[in-house]
Design a protein around this ligand. Structure first.
Ligand SMILES: [Zn+2]
Length: 437
């Protein structure tokens, strides 16, 4: 039996170069009172000091069924716990109708919309779905430190003609708020076919009532009739959309943004989990789900778009000069060299963040600011000779995602520039026992 075990261990060690498996096998061998060839020279090694959390994980690893199945396969421990990013800020944008040219408050031209989406894409600020926001608020998942949600009210065909192709190209999810009386009725209303097609490409559907009347109601109705009518506006519209689109409709946008406490309460009883206003506020961990802020984007003014897309005093995506984290110079070299590189999965939970700016030519040192998700602006070091910004994280990251934003100006009188990127942390790998050198 012992000989068999040794053979198996040797075979497994040869079969794989995976450090984790090696480390695990070493431990198993030690546990069984055996030593592998690699371990014979340094007889006694100090055990790495493990935290209770790591010990628990290790116990799980040691108990796994690797010797029973004979397959050189390791069950990777899943780290179920994650720290909720309660400092995240979400900006919900609200659009209405679209057309080819011109622009009025509720009508935006297709070119302008495409420019706005491009600016968002280049800013690196992720666009997430409204259900991501809800899942986050329920504590089920994390969202990036800063994020944008796109919504469109009323169900105009212009959504399908002008906005949808752009959103689809960028892979941006979005939500449309429909009211029962204006769905699939011809004219300029969206058809079921168009809606279903969009739903296959990132579109979620919310309710915008039955009639689109102000929910405050009509003075001619008495109290009882008003309540009955209100219930219909909320409930019928929800059921209508759910039945016709085979979906669940958990979000409601108040027509004209008008609501009061009792409306919100009734809407929540009917089953809406997020209720959307037009009150130009960002959504945070504290925002009541019954009245989430939203910026209505107008076709004849950029003000709300600028307000919506500036986060924590930083310039908005259109006026700040955003450098995409992947921007290259004419020779094909990255303009800003970032480490950890964007979207990289790092095993080090306390990495050093660096950004080399030398390829930009000049940078005004006093304008350099580095922000890290959850920490805010951090005391990063800027070395003017190498033009490198660096910052060592003060503690081990417990989140699976880290968002970094770097602001600077090339000269004091030049516009603010922003590089935003994120990297991921392999929390599971960082928990595995270390093999001593
Ligand atoms: Zn509306």
């Amino acid at each position: 039996m012992r000989f068999l075990l040794i053979c198996l261990l040797a075979a497994l060690t040869c079969l794989t170069s995976c450090k984790r498996i090696e480390a695990k096998l070493d431990r198993l061998a030690r546990l069984a009172g055996l030593t592998t060839a690699a371990e014979e020279v340094p007889k006694k090694k100090a055990e790495p000091v493990l935290t209770a959390e790591q010990q628990a994980l290790e116990a799980k690893v040691l108990n796994s069924a690797v010797f029973e199945t004979v397959k050189p396969e390791v069950v990777t421990p899943k780290v179920e716990t994650f720290e909720l990013n309660k400092s995240a800020v979400v900006s919900i944008l609200g659009y209405h109708d679209f057309k080819a040219r011109g622009g009025s408050p509720m009508l935006i031209n297709g070119t302008k919309f495409a420019e706005q989406m491009k600016a968002i894409k280049e800013s690196g600020i992720p666009v997430i779905s409204l259900s991501d926001v809800l899942e986050w608020r329920k504590g089920k998942k994390n969202i990036p430190e800063e994020a944008i949600v796109i919504t469109m009210d009323d169900g105009w065909e212009g959504v399908y003609t002008f906005a949808y192709p752009v959103l689809k190209e960028y892979g941006f999810p979005f939500t449309i708020y429909l009211y029962k009386k204006y769905v699939n009725i011809g004219g300029r209303s969206l058809s079921w076919v168009q809606i279903r097609e969009m739903m296959k490409n990132g579109c979620e559907v919310g309710s915008h009532s039955v009639s689109h009347e102000s929910l405050r109601g009509n003075k001619k109705r008495n109290e009882a009739d008003q309540q009955l009518w209100l219930l219909g506006e909320l409930k019928d519209s929800k059921e209508f959309l759910e039945k016709n689109l085979s979906t669940t409709c958990t979000s409601f946008a108040y027509p004209f943004g008008i609501f009061d406490e009792s409306t919100t309460e009734l809407a929540q009883q009917v089953g809406y989990e997020t209720l959307i206003t037009v009150n130009s506020q960002k959504v945070t961990w504290e925002s009541p789900l019954g009245k989430l802020g939203r910026y209505i984007i107008h076709g004849d003014s950029d003000t709300n778009f600028k307000l919506a897309t500036s986060f924590r005093g930083r310039g908005d995506v259109s006026s700040s000069h955003f450098l995409t984290s992947s921007a290259k110079d004419e020779k094909g070299n990255a303009l800003v060299e970032l480490s950890p590189v964007p979207e990289e999965l790092v095993k080090e939970r306390q990495p050093i963040i660096t950004a080399k700016l030398a390829r930009l030519g000049t940078v005004a040192p006093e304008t350099v600011r580095l922000r890290v998700a959850g920490l805010g602006t951090v005391p990063a070091r800027y070395d003017p000779t190498t033009m490198t910004v660096s910052y060592k994280l003060p503690y081990r990251l417990r989140r699976e995602d880290c968002q970094v934003t770097l602001n600077f100006k090339r000269a004091a009188d030049q516009p603010d520039e922003v590089v935003g990127w994120r990297f991921k942390i392999d929390l599971a790998a960082a928990y595995l026992p270390l093999r001593l050198p």
